[in-house]
Design a protein around this ligand. Structure first.
Ligand code: PEP
Length: 262
């Protein structure tokens, strides 16, 4: 099911969330391999990697001069000072991060991160000059209780109500929690309808164009069906971005789509 020709897209994002799958050595080995493969590039495709905090600087050093941008998987909302165990958006910015994931479902549901904490982190990123990639998504329980729309609208409201963007960028990642690997991939019709709803909801709060990317078991085989949908401005693969054998074909496939439709 294709809603649009890929050439109608402008910038799309392909962000790899490495979660806590790889240790320091494995992270460095993977970026080294990525740098050794001659990966295609395209001016409309922004590539990003989100390594764990321990591996961040080493990954940055290997990636220097590459086409990949770097992001944090999480940030603290304070800046500098007596905040044991926290890494602020400002510290990440100084270390070379362009993006930061905020409110990933694993932070929300495993580490009890609230909408209020997510909002503080969004503001901390914007203040520090980091582009927040704010993850929203309903659980299976929300879905079963017919609360999907309610959950998404509330998460969006808590991010955008009264937020001053002032020409700053923000990205939303729609990740249905039930579709995160090894969950069941979301069917394209549902992804399209949900992205439509999310864009409409965001438009109630801001005139700024906010890209909405999709995440949930995305891989080289299914990525085209998501990127072909109206309102899907990129993808956020987790598991498939953590192995050279699955990440390289995914990147090649996405860039190939654009090259085939110049
Ligand atoms: C994620 O949780 O960011 C994600 C989309 O993971 P996966 O691709 O492994 O489902």
């Amino acid at each position: 099911m294709k809603d649009k020709h890929l050439t109608t897209l402008r910038m799309i994002y392909l962000f790899g969330n490495w979660k806590m799958y790889l240790d320091l050595e494995e992270s460095v080995a993977l970026v080294t391999e990525l740098c050794n493969v001659k990966l295609p590039t395209h001016e409309y495709v922004t590539l990003g990697i989100f390594p764990n905090p321990l591996a961040f600087v080493s990954v940055r050093n290997v990636f220097k001069g590459s086409t990949f941008f770097l992001g944090a998987q999480n940030v603290g909302w304070t800046s500098k000072g007596a905040y044991t165990g926290s890494i602020s958006a400002e510290l990440y910015k100084n270390a070379g991060a362009t993006y930061a994931l905020v409110g990933h479902s694993e932070r929300r549901y495993i580490f009890n991160e609230t909408n209020e904490a997510v909002r503080k982190k969004v503001e901390a990123c914007l203040d520090a000059g980091i582009i927040p990639v704010v993850c929203i998504g309903e659980t299976q329980k929300d879905k079963d209780a017919n609360k999907k729309e309610y959950r998404l609208k509330k998460q969006i409201m808590k991010v955008f109500e009264g937020l001053s963007l002032d020409r700053k960028e923000i990205i939303i990642a729609y990740e249905p929690v039930w579709a995160i690997w090894p969950g069941t991939p979301c069917n394209p019709e549902e992804a399209r309808d949900t992205h439509e709803l999310i864009h409409a909801e965001i438009a109630k709060y801001t005139d700024t164009k906010v890209p909405v990317i999709y995440g949930g078991s995305v891989n080289a085989e299914n990525v085209e069906q998501y990127l072909s949908l109206n309102g899907v401005d990129g993808v956020l693969p987790g598991h498939a971005s953590t192995k050279i054998d699955t990440f390289v074909p995914l990147i090649e496939h996405v860039i190939g789509l654009f090259r085939a439709n110049p």
